[in-house]
Ligand binder design. Structure first.
Ligand code: HEM
Length: 541
């Protein structure tokens, strides 16, 4: 989901902010106040209803004490250019976030040509911005995504849609997958994919010279995540974990790799102005080519299910099914909207989940004592050999802590974006409506004030001691927050929890001598900078 990274949005929107003066701010605020006093945000499962809070002059004191964007510190355009284009800053976005936080403080600005981005690297300020969101928050300018869809006559999906269009689709989808109990029904489907994951681990380790090592875990988890999410979205199996992967699945994987491996290329597709495309055609061509591949795959699977449903109805049979069947039968979304949403969800759901699983198993391997503690919890709670379902997960707080802690240390999306829909005062600065914000989740999740010994891997820090003890959420919000947060969160958690439980039940996971100390790099998402090789040693039950 390279699109979510704040630096990728840098080119997207021209900034008009510094011009607004403080007097105008008071007039605008007064208008906003009357319009929004009773506004409540949509209440959704897992999306708390929060009274909309706009920043008013009263909030900032009778005498305005806020500063303008001109006064905000930050790196110069030139140093940014050098950092990104000469020093390959694109692969160190998470580190640059930390460096800038250190150097410029909780809030700073960066300029990328005409685009100004305000970065917010503080838990409480991030909370303030997200709590003040309106009904349909905007993440970034999605012009290039929309242009492709218009060109091909396709609809936008949740990621690329905005405003009313987005709100309509979101209200359909959130009813289907936002609550843990909505996705619990997919436990059996996901467990079948976990069966295949375990079989694959067994095959791969027997092929290794030591009979234990699986090389490049992310390759395996990529296939697992794709198979898992497709089992839920398309209600079918793709064969990713088989010895011979079917051609159409392979074509899809290539399209997906093209979208991400050429991260810079796809980023430039949006950055390069249309008039320059005849001179530099490759980025836009590759961008369109990978989208063609992704849509083609969804069309095949959605159309197949649609044909099955029609045949069943013609036979007078009762139609039963999962998510896709529900969407096709209820027709709350048009067929084009269904194509677009399953395409975007599959795109969003594979690398995110597989990187997190790779990091989680790497961390387990690096911390055998913690792994043993989790193994003990799992065996004591479930008993030997039990295949866990979603209903068991609440009784396994360390498994949940493992995933949360992994995402705190390695948030797949190290930064997220928002375009302000109101004028705001944040951290003492006046930020005009329409400003691109970058929420620096990587840096907030490593803040000592929120997480003691922040660099240490401690899954048990997420276990509540009593009902009053709340681990502060805004320090680490890997799935985002509020109405525009990750729609696939519960699906991802189900896939990760069930896979990790079974791997821990069956194997002791160790670091292979072939794997050195693996660091993170940013490649759109935060991913391992080197392949992770792990040993899987069968446990004796
Ligand atoms: C570890 C796994 C995952 C992580 C860490 C993750 C993280 C995120 C984040 C941070 C956002 C942006 C939220 C915001 O702007 O506030 C997001 C959006 C989104 N994610 Fe995920 N995600 C994961 C897995 C998935 C899966 C499995 C799916 C689909 C099945 C999915 C589908 C989406 C979609 C469609 C959006 C856009 C939502 C909207 O704009 O309404 N994600 N995700």
């Amino acid at each position: 989901m390279a699109f979510l990274n704040h630096f990728t949005t840098a080119y997207l929107k021209s900034f008009q902010g510094d011009r607004l003066n403080k007097q105008l701010f008071f007039i605008l605020r007064a208008l906003h106040k009357s319009a929004s006093s009773e506004a409540l945000r949509i209440s959704a499962a897992g999306e708390e209803a929060i009274p909309q809070k706009l920043i008013t002059p009263a909030d900032v004191g009778e005498k305005p004490s806020f500063k303008t964007l001109k006064e905000m510190p930050g790196p110069s355009t030139l140093s940014n250019l050098i950092e990104f284009f000469w020093r390959d800053g694109f692969s160190r976005i998470h580190e640059i976030q930390m460096e800038h936080r250190q150097k410029y403080g909780k809030i700073f600005k960066s300029r990328f040509g005409p685009q100004l981005v305000v970065s917010i690297a503080d838990r409480d300020l991030v909370a303030q911005v997200l709590r003040a969101e309106r009904m349909a928050p905007q993440r970034a300018n999605m012009e290039s995504w929309k242009e492709y869809r218009d060109m091909r006559g396709r609809s936008t999906g949740l990621i690329s849609a905005e405003g009313e269009e987005w709100l309509k689709m979101r209200s359909v989808l959130r009813q289907l997958v936002m609550r843990p109990r909505d996705v619990a029904v997919f436990s059996d489907d996901v467990n079948k994919v976990v069966d295949d994951l375990i079989k694959r681990v067994c095959i791969l380790r027997t092929q290794a010279s030591d009979g234990a090592t699986v090389l490049n875990m992310n390759d395996l988890f990529f296939k697992y995540a794709m198979e898992g999410v497709a089992a839920i979205l398309y209600e079918c199996r793709l064969g990713c974990l088989e010895n011979n992967i079917p051609q159409e699945t392979q074509d899809y994987i290539s399209a997906l790799h093209l979208m991400f491996s050429s991260f810079k290329t796809t980023m430039y597709a949006g950055a390069i102005p249309k008039w320059l495309r005849p001179v530099i055609p490759k980025p836009w061509e590759e961008f369109c080519h990978s989208w063609d591949g992704l849509f083609k795959f969804s069309l095949i699977h959605v159309d197949k299910r649609l044909a099955e449903i029609k045949a069943q109805l013609e036979q007078g049979e009762e139609v039963k099914g999962g998510l896709l069947t529900h969407m096709l039968i209820t027709k709350e979304m048009s067929l084009e909207e269904i194509y677009a949403n399953v395409t975007e969800m599959l795109l969003a759901g594979v690398d995110t989940t597989s990187f997190t699983l790779s990091w989680a198993s790497y961390l387990l391997a690096r911390h055998p004592h913690i792994q043993q503690k989790i193994f003990t919890e799992v065996t004591r709670t479930l008993g030997p050999g039990t295949v866990a379902t979603a209903d068991d997960v609440p009784r396994l707080p360390l498994i949940r802590g493992l995933v949360k802690e992994t995402l705190r240390l390695f948030p797949v999306l190290p930064g997220n974006g928002r375009i302000t829909q109101d004028d705001l005062v944040v951290g003492g600065y006046f930020i005009p409506k329409g400003t691109q914000l970058a929420l620096c989740h990587y840096s907030t999740s490593l803040e000592e004030e929120t997480f003691a010994d922040a660099l240490d891997f401690q899954p048990d820090r997420w276990i509540r001691k009593d009902s009053t003890d709340r681990v502060d959420n805004f320090g680490s919000i890997p799935f985002g927050y509020g109405i525009r947060s990750c729609i696939g969160r519960r699906i991802a958690e189900l896939e990760m929890h069930l896979a990790l439980i079974r791997l821990i039940q069956r194997f002791h996971i160790g670091v292979s001598p072939l794997s050195t100390d693996v660091k993170a790099k940013t490649h759109g998402l935060l991913c391992p900078a080197a392949p992770i090789h792990l040993q899987f040693i069968e446990r004796e039950n």
